[in-house]
Design a protein around this ligand. Structure first.
Ligand SMILES: *[C@@H]1O[C@H](CO)[C@@H](O)[C@H](O)[C@H]1NC(C)=O
Length: 234
């Protein structure tokens, strides 16, 4: 994905928005998320050629209480196999317990902030999986949050990653929690892991799909299948 194409998307979005809606001061604003949460969701996607990616199931562990060193872990299962992405500040690890395979990647940005969706343009309400939800659009992301308390995301749509894949995440649960010790520990087999170099990316792209930056080298080096047998990240 080139930054030129990304810019075109942003320009198109702002033209569209400017022409069809006047924003009211009383429009609701999304979030912010609690500093620390656990969420489960189902994700499906569509590749650039229109082919579906299939569905995977994810558990997200998020802890932004230390703004200088946010913590994030994503367990992703597909066809009964689980791969994990761990992001400590900007240091990322993709691994699988089953084979103790791991790669290390340094990203330009950390996980998104609890208030990342604020500033999005409010679109009104829609029903998502039987839950009335407010919808905002920001930089082509669509963020749905339940209308009534406890407020929680119900769906997040991301328009593309660097391979042109669009994703839809449907949230099942979203709970404010303190994570148990060890949740964000780097596995013992990771410190010696090979490092992946960053491919063509931008902070904006990395923020929306931090994992996608590791794809190219993982695939060409054959490392990808070993560390991500579920095929969720690479
Ligand atoms: C996800 O699946 C739903 C239901 O089949 C479909 O409507 C939607 O377009 C899919 N989203 C993506 C990004 O592929």
């Amino acid at each position: 994905m080139t930054s030129g194409l990304l810019l075109a998307f942003l320009v198109l979005l702002s033209l569209h928005v400017a022409s069809c809606r006047v924003f009211a001061a009383e429009d609701p604003i999304p979030g912010p998320w609690p500093d620390s949460f656990f969420a489960t969701l189902a994700r499906n996607g569509t590749k650039a050629d229109g082919a579906p990616t299939g569905t995977d199931v994810q558990a997200k562990y998020y802890d932004y209480s230390n703004r200088n060193a946010p913590l994030y872990r994503q367990d992703c299962s597909k066809n009964g196999i689980t791969s994990t992405f761990l992001l400590l500040g900007k240091e990322g690890y993709i691994f699988t317990k089953a084979s103790e395979a791991c790669v290390h990647v340094t990203l330009p940005v950390a996980v998104v902030k609890p208030e990342w969706m604020q500033g999005g343009e409010y679109q009104g309400t829609e029903v998502v999986n039987n839950v009335p939800s407010n919808l905002w659009i920001k930089a082509d992301h669509r963020y749905y949050e339940s209308v009534t308390a406890p407020k929680r995301p119900t769906r997040v749509f991301t328009p593309f990653d660097q391979l042109g894949t669009a994703h839809q995440e449907d949230y099942g649960t979203f709970t404010e929690v303190q994570h148990t010790p060890g949740t964000f520990d780097i596995p013992a087999y990771c410190p010696a892991a090979p490092a992946l170099l960053l491919l063509d990316t931008t902070p904006e792209l990395a923020a929306r799909g931090a994992l996608s930056v590791a794809r190219g080298l993982g695939a060409t080096g054959g490392v990808g299948r070993a560390v991500d047998p579920a095929g969720c990240f690479i």
